[in-house]
Design a protein around this ligand. Structure first.
Ligand SMILES: O=C(O)CCC(=O)C(=O)O
Ligand SMILES: [Fe+2]
Length: 302
């Protein structure tokens, strides 16, 4: 039987700073300081993500966007199809102009990006990943810039439900923790589409990873999902084992643009890529789907 406790009328509600990380609201925006607080660690451990507001300045965001545009112009002029074996997502913008919607390995092509991701302010974020981390400029897909938009010729308007632990699943082991660190370059509210995460789903077992959703095919809103709203310059950390997706914008043309940049802070064995690197198998499938979509748009437009 529960005993009743007398309510102390003088006790005040705990302040935000006193609350345990897991008791904070799911839309809590944290401030990044010199070290990760206990509360932030608890929030990440419990929910699988963190949002830090305004980690990059407006000037830095502007310069990141400018660097992305410059790299895109260069790769289009050179007719690049892949970088280090990773295919470029080539679509058409609102006026039918060629656009690259996913730029891998950007820090190998921009000193500004290379320096920024090494800035001291990210040290606490890196400490979440491990005690000795390096920037994977030339590993995995490098520092990736995503540009989602909505136009008839888009090849990257949204991204279906997935976890980033697929590789582990291939080896029949429960995915290991992998923290994805993203910088967000646009103002995205719930009604603009954007990132959705299922809090706590990083703790699911092997069967959950395999079967909870149909990888990349399912786009349906989940009753438990939270919307990660961002302002330009915000930084997010999400556990790659969480189910997440990017919802399409309901807007059209460049009003629908959403840019995110993901930085691989790595601790595992150094595995650099180079021009001769093989394209991972799943990229061929995705590339075939993008080409089929573009062929369809071009046919329809005569
Ligand atoms: O753009 C985002 O915020 C998420 C992208 C993502 O989940 C991925 O590329 O695996
Ligand atoms: Fe992902």
């Amino acid at each position: 039987m529960q005993t009743e406790r007398a309510i102390d009328p003088t006790a005040s509600k705990p302040t935000h700073a006193e609350l345990h990380g897991r008791d904070l609201p799911l839309d809590t925006r944290f401030k990044l300081s010199e070290a990760i607080t206990q509360q932030q660690r608890e929030f990440l451990e419990h929910n699988g993500y963190l949002v830090f507001s305004q980690v990059a300045s407006p000037e830095e965001v502007e310069q990141l966007i400018a660097e992305g545009d410059r790299i895109e112009r260069e790769w289009l002029a050179e007719g690049r199809e892949k970088i280090f074996g990773i295919p470029l997502f080539k679509g058409l913008g609102p006026d039918g102009e060629p656009r690259i919607q996913r730029l891998p390995f950007t820090s190998c092509h921009s000193d500004f990006i290379r320096d920024l991701v090494r800035d001291q302010r990210f040290a606490p974020i890196r400490s979440l990943v491990g005690s000795q981390t390096r920037v994977g400029d030339q590993e995995k897909d490098g520092v990736v810039m995503n540009r989602y938009f909505n136009a008839p010729g888009t090849v990257y308007g949204r991204l279906g439900w997935h976890t980033d632990g697929l590789r582990d699943l291939f080896y029949l082991r429960v995915p290991q923790q992998m923290l994805n660190v993203g910088l967000h370059l646009d103002r995205i509210r719930k009604e603009d589409g954007g990132l959705r995460v299922i809090p706590g789903s990083h703790k699911q077992g092997f069967v959950g990873f395999l079967t909870k959703k149909a990888y990349f095919v399912s786009h349906k809103a989940d009753p438990d999902e939270v919307v990660i709203e961002t302002e330009p310059g915000d930084l997010t950390v999400h556990d790659g084992r969480c189910w997440h997706r990017v919802e399409a914008s309901p807007h059209h043309g460049m009003r629908s643009l959403r840019r995110s940049m993901y930085v691989p802070y790595l601790t595992d064995e150094y595995q650099p890529k180079h021009e001769g690197s093989k394209t991972p198998a799943y990229h061929y499938l995705a590339k075939a789907a993008r080409m089929a979509k573009l062929a369809w748009v071009k046919r329809r437009n005569g």
